[in-house]
Design a protein around this ligand. Structure first.
Ligand code: SF4
Length: 360
């Protein structure tokens, strides 16, 4: 398995001057990366997209945004468990990741001071789900569920999958990018998934760029699929990483070749320190649309979605004056299926967009 590195000065591809300049950033937003991910970076290219994913940028020190941009704290029903959409329960089973994406919208979990968001007590969560017949699927997230010991993770998955009404258990993980060997070497996890009965398991991967789908990642995907697990991918569109039609097209095609369904392309949320990674919604939609227009139907299955306090907006069209969005998921019943038109001038500025159109 891959080693985790937290000292920016220990990275051979970063000069002492560069490390000193960005050290200040890591005092606010910690740095963490795996040796596997570092091996994928092209250190000869100062603008390498994979370097951009993990190496801090001084621009993160701009004091804009919010530590909890989607106000997730409002949706906790139990410690470690959110219930925002009627049919979905979300459990933050781990507060760790093998590496930290610079644009993370839950970076608050990794700060030195506690946010008071505790890992769930699985028995209390099961009791809650039993008492809420509208819950039909459960999302395990964090942090990264695959940072948990496999015995513990499988225990949680088994207990949830056995509940009669639960149709799907989703595992949101970036481990296949950070450290695919974590999956390849874990016979206990693979056997446990293979023998699982009850709900269907979906692994929600987070590949941001086609180069992350290296040989080891493909092998991890193959092994998971052999266990009967379905795999979907979701990623934000990130400035300097995948903010071009070419990069997205390559990603969609690489996912399809690996047997992974492109699922969501997200807008970077206005989290503190994230504005430099954000692509304004209008520009992001145009990049997304151009990439999809060059892909097969299989590769063009993803939706471009803006997540916020009141739900998920599916950005689905453009007129001469407006960006067109429809509520794909709504936290409040009155918003279900509602269409929203946003002036192009506002949709072309991330901050203005979230200030003026944040329905929450
Ligand atoms: S893997 Fe997900 S939770 Fe972890 S740092 Fe990246 S975006 Fe955040």
């Amino acid at each position: 398995m891959s080693e985790s590195i937290t000292d920016i000065k220990a990275i051979p591809g970063i000069s002492t001057e560069e490390a000193e300049a960005i050290q200040r950033v890591t005092e606010f937003f910690p740095f963490r990366v795996t040796s596997h991910y570092l091996s994928l970076v092209d250190w000869n290219d100062p603008h390498d997209p994979l370097k951009r994913v993990v190496v801090p940028d001084e621009g993160e020190l701009k004091s804009d945004g919010n530590l909890d941009p989607s106000r997730e704290k409002n949706f906790y029903v139990l410690p470690g468990m959110q219930h925002k959409y009627p049919d979905t329960a979300l459990l933050l089973v781990s507060h760790q990741c093998a590496g930290y994406c610079r644009y993370c919208f839950r970076k608050r979990l990794f700060l030195r001071r506690s946010t008071g968001e505790h890992p769930p007590d699985i028995n209390n969560c099961l009791e809650y789900i039993r008492n809420h017949p509208e819950v039909r699927n459960v999302l395990l997230t964090g942090g990264d569920p695959l940072t948990l010991p496999s015995e513990r993770l499988m225990k949680i998955i088994r207990k949830i999958a056995r509940l009669p009404r639960i149709e799907a258990v989703r595992i949101g993980t970036r481990m296949l990018s950070w450290d695919p060997a974590r999956v390849i070497a874990d016979r206990f996890l693979l056997q446990g998934l293979n023998e699982l009965t009850g709900a269907q398991v979906y692994v929600m991967t987070h590949f941001t760029h086609s180069r992350e789908l290296c040989g080891e990642a493909l092998e991890a995907i193959r092994l998971l699929k052999r266990c009967g697990v379905s795999i979907c991918n979701q990623t934000p569109i990130i400035r300097g990483v995948n903010d071009s039609a070419d990069a997205l097209q390559d990603l969609f095609n690489a996912l399809v070749a690996a047997g992974v369904s492109p699922y969501y392309i997200f807008q970077v949320r206005p989290t503190v320190g994230n504005s430099i990674y954000s692509v304004p919604p209008l520009e992001a939609y145009m990049i997304f649309r151009e990439a999809q227009s060059r892909c097969s139907g299989l590769a063009a299955r993803a939706r471009y979605v803006i997540s916020h306090y009141a739900g998920k907006l599916h950005v689905c069209g453009l007129t001469d004056e407006h960006l067109v969005m429809v509520y794909h998921r709504a936290a409040f019943p009155g918003d279900r299926g509602r269409t929203i038109l946003v002036k192009r001038s506002i949709a072309n500025n991330s901050i203005a967009f979230f200030r003026t159109n944040h329905p929450g």
